[in-house]
Design a protein around this ligand. Structure first.
Ligand code: HAS
Length: 543
């Protein structure tokens, strides 16, 4: 990609990894604190570092990385550069996101925002934390508008053609993000900011949680889809194969745009304020949204197998040996995918009402999201960093990066095995998430959980080492690796793939259907929450 895009994309990616490094330190500290191995000093509380970890890792690392990656990929697949307007919007978005990040970090450091990354009311933060969070989201919208403008320009200049696959999937990811983040924007602007400034003295809690989760579940697909873009479009090139099917790729992303949002009640199954029939609808749609991931699992195996057979592999699994195991880019991706199998199974368990009763608010859920976003997505982002950063800085990914990158992925896997494995187990034993009082004043049951907490901390130590290695690799690739040219890999579609139906590129249809589904799934429940929340009822008053 050209120099201007490289500069823009690089600043996003560097901020992402600085946030990631700080978040990793916070993660280690909280794991050791929960296991009783260290005690927090009086000026730094468990909830403060838990908030720092969640916000920096889950919101800041991911959002900066995704915007930087998507901007570079759009430029790469549309002739090497962004349109002037996209560059302007990209820089404006970056500025807003940076200001928002600083506001959030300062308020967390001042212990004025220890409200965790979901910032549920009635926990109240400084209004400047909410404004910071809003700026982070608005900044990413602004950068996204630049991406939409590139897409429009491309379509105008290539009438009747399908847009490049990377561009199409980037637009889908950003469309999903902009639709769903209207929920959290409404919560923050109309409920939390006025309440935090003291302009209103009550907050409707059920409504605030509902608006949060209207955004919160699609947020996880905003994290996942750039990983899927890498699996579908970039991985085939890395393994010397072809993209299995253009239409399957587009279809999967369209399904995510349609179904990611009207499913948020699966986070609120245990809340009494929502009628069971609405929960049923959301659960049915949740199970439907596992389907594009199952299609992805099938497509990945097909891509591996076709690539291996094209290289002469024979027998049922001969293709497996033809995969480039010494290439850190592929190695990290494969582990990411392998982790997504148990992660997805866990998600489907969470989604069923009866099983959710067992796991909800236990540390099982923390185990679930550490292997989804924390492994399947994070390892994929690490893979991208190994070639994208040198591509942007005019350097090369050297053998040492391949070796250390693979070591990084192995340490990440060992760490997650211990950490997430013990979190899942602890959850089934009843261990709650998000509590500093791990032993409940030496309650015998809670004390019997301590070995699992220690194992969690052991996993955390491995992860911390892997995270520091990753940050080291990022800075080496950005500033120290030898000068040269590093390829931005983009796969080609297999010749034997079916042609793509035109309807898949009709955004007016898909966005309209997505909005209709959201209105059907949320319209009445939200209206009911606004109109029928009795004065003085929990959530309406007195906090
Ligand atoms: Fe989830 C809670 C349901 C996917 C993240 N989830 C969370 C939270 C987060 C999160 C952050 O229904 C906690 C929020 C909080 O703080 O309270 N989740 C699901 C379901 C899916 C799912 C049904 N989650 C994700 C992804 C995330 C993520 C992806 C981040 C990126 N989740 C829930 C529910 C809750 C929840 C409930 C609420 C729990 C509660 O009570 O609080 C599905 O999308 C999963 C579908 C996935 C699959 C897997 C397909 C496998 C593939 C890999 C192929 C592998 C290959 C290599 C080719 C069906 C594509 C193979 C190699 C080998 C060696 C085998």
């Amino acid at each position: 990609v050209d120099k201007q895009t490289s500069k823009l994309s690089l600043v996003y990616i560097l901020v992402a990894f600085i946030a990631f490094g700080v978040a990793a330190i916070a993660g280690l500290l909280q794991g050791l604190d929960r296991a009783g191995i260290i005690t927090m000093p009086s000026w730094l509380t468990y909830y403060q570092i838990l908030t720092a970890h969640g916000v920096l890792m889950g919101l800041i690392f991911t959002t900066f990385f995704i915007v930087g990656f998507l901007l570079a990929g759009i430029a790469r697949t549309s002739g090497g550069s962004l349109t002037p307007i996209a560059l302007k919007l990209g820089w404006s978005g970056y500025g807003l996101m940076l200001i928002g990040t600083l506001m959030a970090v300062v308020t967390i450091l001042a212990n004025q925002a220890s409200v965790l990354y979901t910032f549920y009311a009635p926990m109240k933060a400084s209004p400047y934390f909410y404004i910071g969070a809003a700026l982070l989201v608005i900044g990413s919208w602004v950068a996204g508008w630049g991406m939409f403008s590139c897409y429009r320009t491309w379509r105008r200049n290539h009438p009747g053609q399908f847009s490049p696959l990377f561009m199409f999937t980037a637009v889908a990811t950003m469309a999903l993000w902009q639709i769903c983040s209207l929920g959290v924007a409404a919560e923050v602007v109309f409920q939390l900011i006025p309440w935090a400034f003291g302009w209103t003295d009550t907050v409707n809690i059920e409504l605030s949680r509902t608006l949060f989760w209207l955004f919160g579940h699609p947020l996880v697909y905003f994290w996942l889809l750039p990983a899927y873009m890498t699996w579908y479009i970039i991985m085939p090139k890395i393994i010397g194969g072809k993209i299995f099917s253009d239409s399957i790729t587009r279809l999967v992303f369209v399904i995510f745009v349609l179904l990611s949002t009207p499913i948020g009640f699966h986070h609120q199954l245990m809340e009494p304020g929502i009628d069971a029939k609405w929960k049923f609808l959301h659960v049915a749609l949740t199970l439907a949204i596992a389907i594009p991931s199952m299609i992805t699992a099938f497509t990945m195996f097909a891509t591996f197998e076709n690539a291996g057979r094209a290289k002469g592999a024979t027998g049922l699994f001969g293709w497996f040996r033809k995969l480039p195991w010494r290439d850190a880019r592929f190695f990290s991706l494969f582990l990411a995918m392998a982790w997504f199998v148990p992660a997805g199974i866990g998600g489907i368990i969470n989604a069923s009402n009866q099983l959710n009763i067992v796991v909800h608010n236990t540390i099982w859920v923390t185990g679930h999201f550490h292997i989804t976003v924390g492994t399947a997505v994070a390892l994929t982002f690490f893979c991208v960093s190994y070639w994208l950063i040198p591509h942007l800085t005019g350097r090369k990914m050297t053998r040492i990066v391949h070796d250390l990158g693979r070591l990084q992925a192995v340490f990440w896997t060992i760490g997650m095995f211990f950490m997430s494995g013990s979190m899942h187990t602890l959850g089934l034993l009843g261990g709650p998430r998000r509590t500093a009082g791990t032993t409940y004043f030496d309650n015998p049951t809670a004390l019997s959980w301590m070995p699992w907490h220690k194992l969690t901390a052991l996993g955390g130590a491995f992860l911390f080492f892997a995270a520091m290695l990753q940050v080291g690799l990022v800075f080496y690739l950005a500033f120290k690796a030898p000068k040269g040219e590093q390829e931005f890999p983009i796969g080609e579609v297999a010749e034997e793939a079916d042609s793509t139906p035109k309807i898949l590129e009709r955004w007016s249809i898909w966005v309209s259907v997505a909005v209709i589904l959201i209105v059907v799934a949320y319209g009445y429940p939200i209206l009911d929450m606004i109109q029928n929340s009795p004065p003085g009822a929990p959530g309406e008053k007195t906090w």
